[in-house]
Design a protein around this ligand. Structure first.
Ligand SMILES: [Zn+2]
Length: 486
């Protein structure tokens, strides 16, 4: 963490550039697959290799996904936008330019509403979001040579540029989390940071508090997790402040975050946009979205996470906290809603999801759509507990069994005879027998040692293999013990 005595005198100014890989089957300007393959240079054709004489053809799906994003952020969607060439030389960019959007992007200014820790909402401006193609990949760590894999050339990206309105590393991480959540609910990006389908670069500068001019910024790349985004930004804020405090000045450059060492190292001096010599791509007509299509996309917008969260609070009477967790990812909320259709004990269902279900799913790193226990079955288990047929403790045992069984919870209860014992006569009989066998403890209790009660509860549970109804046991135990007072 930065030294707080210095950070109070400086204000960090942070802008994020998020690259989201759009969920399409084929690339943005050709028919090559976007699917992952271990074989290098497999998903390529003359178009994405930039051979002379070929022509790019825009993938319509990418436009639809970009529009969906714009609508989600209440952004200005430009019904006419322009593709431009961004010129630079790099071995993994065979064309010598990247097709991107510059002066007129498909999505203009919008706002991302980010929940702050204190329950408030911070609105962070988004400057623009544009469509572009990804470049290939240079692999430098295999020996004294560099390998080039162009599978990713032409993979569709939406580059989302925030305004420089982020003021701390924690806020940057919150912005990114919210952005990812929205992309997932819009079903336009799989949000996988480790595999690079969601990438984030940060522009960072600092200035003395009260100063209105911006300081010189640096850009940090290669932060492939939320944690690393926070670490890298904090590192860079601290480095710049120390530099300024020592009388130095910040050099505009691009830095590469090294997560293992916890440092950022210079990669190259940072280019300005005029270095790229952007100009409209003569191979592509202006992108025109007709009003009818735009309205159709608008009418098909999915429910966004913030709306869903509030609906969960109202419809299922859940605490904000529960609703927040259950709407973190689409697979969570779908699972919950499917299960909620089969029970009325929503809070109990929510508890089971937040603890047992998510614990197992996180351990196994799986999507809840692949979870072994289907929503209906979890609801059935919740119902067995709510109705008093089984105890919560037995419920956990049944849950564990369900993870490796095809039986329903009711079938497991019947097979193993796990129904809860609430019958007073049966419990009185068991407890009386225990009291007879443990006269010493009975006397201790009657002499005022109330802790002994726990001993008897434990013995009753052991005797009934956990099936005794706990509240019945407590009541009967107290009655029977007190009846032994002389
Ligand atoms: Zn291709």
């Amino acid at each position: 963490m930065p030294d707080t005595s210095l950070t109070v005198r400086y204000e960090p100014v942070i802008g994020l550039e998020v690259h989201a890989q759009l969920k399409t089957n084929t690339k943005i300007f050709c028919g090559c697959s976007t699917g992952f393959t271990v074989e290098s240079n497999k998903n390529v054709c003359p178009v994405c290799l930039g051979m002379p004489g070929v022509l790019p053809v825009l993938n319509k799906k990418t436009v639809e996904l970009a529009v969906r994003f714009g609508l989600a952020l209440d952004a200005k969607v430009n019904l006419t936008s322009i593709f431009a060439r961004k010129n630079y030389f790099y071995p993994d960019l065979p064309k010598g330019y990247q097709i991107s959007q510059f002066s007129l992007p498909v999505v203009g200014e919008g706002v991302l509403k980010v929940e702050t820790g204190e329950g408030g909402i911070r609105e962070i401006g988004v400057l623009r979001a544009h469509l572009e193609e990804d470049a290939g990949k240079s692999i430098h760590d295999r020996g004294d040579f560099t390998l080039v894999d162009v599978n990713r050339c032409g993979v569709p990206l939406l580059e989302i540029v925030s305004k420089p309105e982020i003021r701390s590393a924690a806020e940057a991480a919150a912005y990114l989390r919210t952005m990812r959540q929205i992309l997932l609910f819009l079903d336009i990006c799989d949000g996988n940071m480790e595999e690079g389908s969601l990438r984030c670069d940060a522009n960072i500068s600092v200035r003395p508090v009260g100063e209105t001019r911006l300081g010189t910024k640096t850009e940090i790349k290669n932060m492939n997790s939320f944690r690393n985004v926070e670490r890298a930004i904090n590192y860079e804020i601290e480095r710049q402040i120390e530099l300024l405090e020592d009388g130095g000045s910040v050099v505009q450059q691009t830095l590469l975050w090294n997560a293992d060492k916890g440092i950022a190292t210079p990669m190259r001096s940072k280019e300005d946009s005029h270095d790229y010599r952007y100009f409209p791509d003569p191979d592509l007509m202006p992108l025109v979205i007709d009003e009818e299509w735009f309205q159709q996309i608008k009418s098909e917008m999915p429910e966004l996470p913030a709306t869903k969260k509030q609906r969960f609070v109202k419809q299922f009477s859940l605490p904000e906290y529960d609703a927040g967790i259950l709407t973190q990812q689409p697979d969570y909320s779908s699972y919950f809603e499917e299960a909620a259709a089969c029970t009325s004990n929503y809070k109990e269902l929510s508890n089971w999801m937040m603890t047992e279900v998510l614990k197992v799913a996180n351990q196994e790193k799986i999507d809840l759509s692949d979870f072994k226990i289907k929503p209906k079955r979890l609801a059935e288990l919740v119902n067995l507990i709510s109705s008093g047929s089984i105890s919560g403790k037995i419920g956990k045992e049944i849950f564990a069994q369900m993870l490796s069984s095809t039986l329903s919870p009711t079938e497991i209860v019947e097979k193993d005879g796990l129904f809860q014992i609430s019958d007073e006569n049966e419990l009185s009989h068991i407890i009386n027998k225990l009291l007879d066998e443990n006269e010493l403890q009975v006397q201790e209790y009657l002499a005022g040692k109330e802790k002994v009660l726990g001993f008897f509860v434990g013995r009753t549970m052991k005797e009934t293999k956990g099936k005794a109804n706990p509240s019945s046991v407590n009541n009967i135990l107290l009655d029977l013990l007190n009846s032994r007072r002389k």
